[in-house]
Write a protein that binds this ligand. Structure first.
Ligand code: BES
Ligand code: ZN
Ligand code: ZN
Length: 511
């Protein structure tokens, strides 16, 4: 984590490698927007922005060597587009662009000069800026050799100063900085788990990560079931999917209860934990299989969330559940046409072994219901169909509780994470009727595949208030399509920040 400092001083009285200022496309000219620019500096800004045709357009930026006129080596102007479009998400991106630029020019100390707030307040700006900066320099470099890493010329950012913040605001802002850092930390925790290859991030490793989290804190307890214990509990749907793999499956349950001993309510978060999805005997083609280490993103989110609970201290009791196994073909693997009975007694005909997520989650949801939470939220990289509907940036969402979903959506919106609701269409349940079992795990055709998957899961929640988040799209970035500067290639930890923000909202006594 970086060090963030609030300073009352104007930029002219501070000192750093880099000074970063946002500039806008409309209204006054660029030099006029930079209030501390006079004389030579102003002249240089006028000339260089003209030469470089820099107009403050969004995503464009301009470096200026200013050590002769200011106590900084460089001044970086970042184009922010129209002032009326300035919102929290722009601030988050601004933070990330600045950090990326600073890394490139080896500037360990940065000063931000921000004096336009628009409709936002200083707390919102600080939160978004810190998130953007922290997430913007995330990289997964573990498997690169030292020479390769060296060639990237990355200077670690040590210190970020927010200039011109009145002293009276400081006390109030410090917890906001801390909170944003924890949101980022949890997200990067999830990213690290997703990015690890499936040969490393096995079901056993996921359990081990949960154990480490529980060991570190008095407020978190761990329960887990190995294969035999899961069988005793009737988790046959989960075990059917795990059967093809030579690695031991684990059913993991983390429990957090606040130090105060007076939680406002008890809730549950569930994650899909398929550490590798080959498709099983319904084997995926190589192109579709290559990124399938991502299929434990839901579990990674649960672990990311739990990794910061003791620091955030929400006044909510939380159960975090994930079934962890591999989906592999072998002589022991579940076969298309097999019938298994889930924990609640419903029988499932497994027509397609690649639709394994909903099958393992069937048992996970049954188990979660027995804990009697006020509501359940699940994260699952469940269907390619959700990506056909909404693309790579947006998660599909399903719910049986309007109020719960509205509140979650509001929290997600503040975090710049996009969810879009798809309907749980009653009529489509017919598509899951099986000749020989209570239901089958896939419909006869692909149409509405995200919806039929959600309808399948609904059979196991016993009408508890529930949000199902199909994060198959936004959980990972594998192509060149990536316009968000605080999201790097690979696992994204998408959903962690929304959940944490939501948690804080339902935890605070003002709501
Ligand atoms: N894990 C996949 C879904 C997925 C696809 C996640 C792409 C991330 C990126 C899931 O288990 C799966 O294979 N779903 C099938 C369901 C089909 C067989 C009904 C799919 O979406 O193709
Ligand atoms: Zn699958
Ligand atoms: Zn899967």
């Amino acid at each position: 984590m970086m060090k963030f400092i609030l300073s009352e001083k104007p930029v002219s009285e501070l000192k750093a490698n880099l000074l970063v200022v946002p500039v806008w496309e409309n209204g006054s000219t660029i030099p006029d927007q930079i209030t501390f620019a006079h004389g030579d500096l102003k002249k240089m800004i006028v000339e260089t922005s003209k030469e470089e045709k820099f107009t403050g357009e969004l995503e464009k930026s301009l470096f200026l060597p200013v050590s002769h006129v200011l106590p900084y080596q460089r001044l970086l102007l970042i184009g922010m587009g129209k002032q009326k479009d300035w919102d929290k998400e722009r601030v988050r991106r601004f933070g990330a662009w600045a950090i990326k630029a600073a890394e490139k020019v080896s500037a360990p100390k940065i000063v931000f000069a921000l004096d336009y707030f628009g409709e936002l307040d200083i707390q919102q700006i600080t939160h978004a800026l810190v998130e953007g900066a922290e997430l913007g320099c995330y990289r997964f470099l573990k498997y690169k050799s030292a020479e390769k890493v060296e060639k990237l010329h990355l200077t670690p950012i040590e210190e970020i100063v927010l200039a011109g913040i009145p002293q009276k605001e400081h006390e109030d802002l410090v917890p906001h900085i801390r909170r944003a850092q924890l949101f980022a930390k949890a997200t990067m925790f999830s990213r690290d788990l997703i990015n690890e290859p499936a040969s490393e991030m096995t079901p056993g490793r996921l359990l081990h990560v949960a154990q480490e989290i529980a060991l570190k804190s008095d407020e978190i307890q761990l329960t887990y079931f190995d294969k035999d214990q899961a069988r005793e509990r009737g988790m046959n749907a989960f075990l059917a999917i795990a059967a093809g793999s030579s690695r031991e499956p684990y059913f993991v349950h983390l429990h957090y209860s606040p130090r105060s001993g007076q939680p406002r309510q008890k809730i549950a978060v569930v994650g899909k934990g398929i550490t590798f999805d080959s498709g099983g005997l319904s084997l995926k083609p190589t192109e579709a299989m290559v990124d399938m280490k991502i299929d434990m993103s839901g579990a990674a989110n649960v672990l990311g969330i739990f990794s910061v609970l003791c620091e955030l201290q929400p006044e909510i009791e939380i159960d975090g559940i994930f079934p962890a196994c591999e989906n592999m073909p072998s002589g022991n693997a579940v076969k298309p046409g097999d019938v298994v009975r889930a924990m609640n007694g419903k029988s499932i005909e497994i027509v397609n072994t690649d639709a394994e997520g909903r099958v393992v989650l069937a048992d996970a949801l049954c188990y979660t219901v027995t804990l009697d939470p006020a509501f359940i939220i699940d994260f699952a990289t469940l269907t390619g169909a959700s990506m056909i509907s909404l693309g790579e940036e947006i998660s599909a969402a399903f719910t049986n509780s309007r109020e719960l979903y509205q509140n979650f959506l509001h929290a997600a919106d503040e975090e710049g994470e996009k969810f879009w609701e798809l309907p749980l269409v009653e009529d489509y349940k017919k598509k899951l009727e099986s000749q020989i079992a209570d239901m089958k795990n896939v419909a006869d055709n692909r149409w509405g595949g995200a919806i039929t998957a959600a309808l399948f899961m609904q059979e196991f929640i016993s009408e508890k208030p529930w949000i199902h988040l199909d994060i198959a799209g936004p959980s990972g970035v594998w192509t060149q399509f990536n316009v968000v500067p605080y999201i790097s290639q690979g696992g994204t930890g998408f959903g962690v920040r929304s959940f944490l923000n939501f948690l804080e909202k339902i935890s605070s006594p003002t709501v």
